[in-house]
Design a protein around this ligand. Structure first.
Ligand code: ZN
Length: 667
């Protein structure tokens, strides 16, 4: 039987794990290679769902997996044929599987699987294989009938560091479109051309603009002008979209209510036509559906993969509401107006009326596309600013994923190495799990949903810094309110010092430990990492005079020391006010300066120290998940009567099965 605490307040990690895990012997750890650890996640509560709900999850899960090839192709045009080539070698190799070359090949294969392509999922740098080029060439030559026609070109792509070096270039001193290997723009298209294209078609006075470019790859016409090729049934990715539509329509038969049935139909119509107005219509109806327990995301949603943040990567989350845990998020969303009206930002930039911010805790049941194997712990959608303002948004905290992360890292020595002293460690042990989850709630439910643009401000005005500054804003909102007595008053936290656990972890991560994810000599690139460093370094510098936060040396090692948590909260509030101003006014210059001054550069000495200390702990910097396998039972008329959840596979087995059964864009 499943037991979940109604609120997570005061639950230490150990207490929580004892009460929340459905199977105390559940094996979270699946595989380990390069800088990656693969986990599996439990789906507590699945067996208590009704047969109809399980059937819906089964079909939505099929739809989630059918889009896998789309993200591979979006990440880089070479990815699908390279996967074909590598998998043919992986399965067809008859040589010795204990040699160094083979082991290095296998690691590379797993890295490519995990990243949905040849670029690291986080740094977006192209992987460098540790096996020699001749090894791959020999295997390819040995099985020519299994190889794509352009195998030698693909080998050149893998081994030539000058080709497709970076998936998403964020260096604003160069042309970010021309220097990104992602497949959102045909080769030869420049940033200036794309910006001019959208400049010409955007209507700044449209109160309900479509999400320009969201479902399109840009290519060039014969006359040299640009055109959008839409991802739709009779367009780009048509064969994959056809399968997605098929399984969405099967899922629709098991929808929980008419509203859900209707917006699944609208989503299908959008996939058929590529009409972004229909996507908006679907998004509104989806955001307004708070009645259904089974829920999903399926589409071209987030645009982090496009250096200009226009075109979106395909992703899917299938999930269901975790009803007991949702009491916490519902309390927060019911008080959204209070948080907005009391925020430290200029009233001109606040929302006068916060509409329909719904929040819930969910358990993920299937991850797909860009959300797999690496995945988020919280989501807030839709992304369109005008929809959020007029119709609200839906915010979720993915509880079983958060739990899997926490339970898989018990006893790994991290706190002992990086946390400054025993009382702080104790604080983290006691409150970090709770406040981390709460930080996600506040970030997604209130942070992203807060604030407004001044009339006439282009929502894309912050350009390549837009994603970083948006995450900064949401994190600051969450950090500021974590320390607010309101949370005690609402019964969400039970100790006025609990927030300190999250504050300490946040600064330790932003100033030091996240550097473990970056190679020595590189800058911070990824939007969330930039945002975390930006906030941490800004408060370090602006609190210097009062010694609010310090980096101190103990026994030759650097530690974060927080001297004044109340003043730290005020600094978070000040920065929130400034970042909201930048967003509301579309102040690109100030935004770029903030990101470049605080979010990008790394002290090489500290960086090296962090890497060395981490190396001793042997903790993988990145983690992701394989999915469970759902086995349906069919009745006489082909209807699903029950679904069993199983965990039969390791990472390699799951990847090979997906390539075998869900390849929609190859062959
Ligand atoms: Zn966010």
């Amino acid at each position: 039987m499943k037991k979940i605490l109604p609120t997570l307040a005061a639950a230490s990690l150990m207490a929580l794990s004892a009460q929340a895990a459905e199977d105390p012997n559940f094996k979270y750890n699946v595989d380990r290679f390069a800088d990656i650890e693969v986990l599996r996640y439990e789906v507590p509560g699945f067996n208590q769902l009704s047969p109809r709900q399980k059937a819906m999850i089964y079909y939505l899960g099929q739809a989630a997996q059918m889009g896998r090839d789309i993200i591979w192709d979006q990440n880089c045009a070479y990815n699908l044929p390279i996967r074909q080539m590598l998998e043919a070698v992986y399965t067809g190799y008859t040589g010795d599987r204990t040699t160094e070359d083979w082991k290095n090949f296998e690691t590379y294969m797993k890295q490519v699987w995990f990243a949905n392509g040849i670029h690291h999922h986080y740094s977006t740098d192209k992987f460098t294989p540790a096996f020699p080029r001749t090894f791959l060439e020999a295997q390819v030559a040995a099985m020519p009938d299994k190889m794509p026609a352009n195998a030698s070109e693909l080998i050149e792509v893998i081994f030539n560091p000058a080709i497709a070096a970076k998936r998403v270039c964020q260096d604003s001193s160069v042309d970010v479109v021309a220097n990104s290997a992602g497949n959102f723009y045909a080769p030869g298209i420049t940033q200036a051309e794309v910006e001019a294209y959208y400049e010409a078609i955007k209507d700044p006075n449209d109160p309900t603009p479509i999400s320009y470019g969201l479902n399109a790859r840009m290519d060039r016409n014969a006359d040299g002008s640009l055109r959008e090729d839409h991802y739709q049934l009779n367009g780009l990715y048509g064969p994959a979209i056809a399968k997605i539509i098929y399984y969405l329509s099967k899922a629709r038969e098991y929808a929980e209510n008419d509203a859900q049935k209707n917006y699944i139909s609208t989503l299908i119509d959008y996939y058929i036509t590529g009409d972004l107005r229909l996507f908006d219509e679907y998004s509104i109806a989806w955001a307004e559906d708070t009645a259904s327990q089974v829920d999903f995301v399926n589409g071209f949603i987030e645009s982090y993969g496009d250096p200009l943040g226009m075109s979106a990567s395909w992703e899917s989350y299938v999930n269901f509401k975790n009803i007991p845990s949702s009491q916490r998020t519902e309390t927060i969303s019911n008080n959204a107006q209070w948080f907005e009206s009391n925020s430290p930002v200029d009233p001109r930039f606040r929302k006068e009326e916060v509409k329909g911010v719904s929040a819930k805790a969910i358990n993920a049941a299937m991850l797909g596309g860009d959300a797999f194997p690496s995945t988020a712990i919280g989501i807030n959608l839709p992304n369109a600013n005008w929809i959020r303002a007029a119709h609200g948004s839906k915010s979720v905290t993915i509880e079983n994923i958060t739990e899997a992360y926490a339970l898989a890292s018990r006893g790994n020595g991290f706190n002992e190495e990086f946390v400054i002293d025993a009382p702080t460690t104790e604080l983290l042990d006691k409150y970090l799990y709770t406040t981390d989850m709460l930080h996600t709630d506040l970030h997604e439910c209130l942070g992203h949903a807060s604030g407004r643009l001044l009339p006439g401000v282009d929502p894309d005005a912050l350009k390549e810094h837009g994603s970083t500054l948006e995450e900064t804003r949401a994190d600051l909102f969450a950090l500021y309110y974590l320390a607010d007595p309101k949370l005690l008053e609402l019964g969400i936290l039970d100790n006025p010092d609990a927030y300190k656990a999250e504050y300490y972890k946040y600064l330790m991560n932003g100033l030091m430990t996240q550097l473990n994810r970056i190679e020595l000599g590189n800058n911070v690139e990824e939007a969330h990492m930039r945002n975390r460093q930006l906030i941490a370094k800004w408060v370090l510098e602006h609190g210097k005079k009062d010694k609010v936060v310090e980096l101190v040396k103990r026994g030759g090692k650097t530690y974060v020391k927080i001297n004044d948590y109340r003043k730290l909260r005020n600094l978070f509030g000040q920065l929130l006010a400034e970042v909201q101003r930048i967003k509301s006014e579309g102040d690109y210059k100030a935004g770029a300066k903030l990101v470049n001054d605080y979010g990008v550069k790394i002290d090489p000495k500290l960086h090296k120290e962090v890497l060395d200390r981490y190396a001793k702990l042997n903790i993988p910097p990145y983690r992701g998940f394989i999915n469970p396998v759902y086995v349906p039972t069919f009745g006489k008329n082909g209807e699903i009567t029950d679904v069993t959840i199983t965990y039969p596979e390791n990472f390699v087995e799951q990847m090979l099965r997906l390539s075998r059964d869900y390849s929609t864009l190859t062959e």
